[in-house]
Design a protein around this ligand. Structure first.
Ligand code: ATP
Ligand code: MG
Length: 138
């Protein structure tokens, strides 16, 4: 069993697709063991995405991530980190496989509907960034 950090991005909440994306998550054998809706400040988005601060898209990405509510979640399941990456699909929805969340819901490479941790180490850090022990009901 593993845990990974998921974020439903502002393009999802704006289009009222939280339930539709959660259905994809749950039907792919991942369990939502913690979940909350937040409106990140620009500073919080910059801290979360600090690993990308040298990338050309950093400012736009942080502006987008703080442009509306997000839903942050902890997903639990077998091989959760890599499995959720498969369920999400490629970063650019134009390259995402059929049946993936990004292929079916993403608006663009930036507004690509979901975030998922890219390693177990980062999952632990990202979960601790958003959740306290009391908020996690495994
Ligand atoms: P995430 O970290 O959100 O799960 P990812 O791991 O597939 O996505 P990263 O390379 O970590 O992709 O990029 C983080 C986010 O930055 C992407 O999800 C996307 O929203 C945005 N992004 C990545 N590349 C670009 C780009 N070339 N132009 C605009 N935005 C981008
Ligand atoms: Mg990433």
């Amino acid at each position: 069993m593993e845990r990974t950090l998921s974020i439903l991005k502002p393009d999802v909440t704006r289009r009222n697709l939280t339930g539709a994306v959660n259905q994809r998550i749950e039907s792919s054998n991942l369990r939502i063991i913690a979940q909350k809706r937040l409106h990140l400040t620009l500073e919080q988005a910059q801290r979360f995405y600090a690993v990308h601060q040298e990338r050309s898209f950093f400012n736009d990405l942080c502006t987008f991530m703080s442009s509306g509510p997000v839903v942050v979640q902890i997903l639990e399941g077998d091989n959760a980190v890599n499995h959720y990456r498969d369920v999400m699909g490629a970063t650019n929805p134009a390259n995402a496989d059929e049946g993936t969340i990004r292929r079916d819901f993403a608006e663009s490479i930036e507004a690509n509907s979901v975030h998922g941790s890219d390693s177990l180490d980062n999952a632990v850090k990202e979960i601790a960034f958003f959740f306290s022990e009391m908020e996690i009901v495994g």
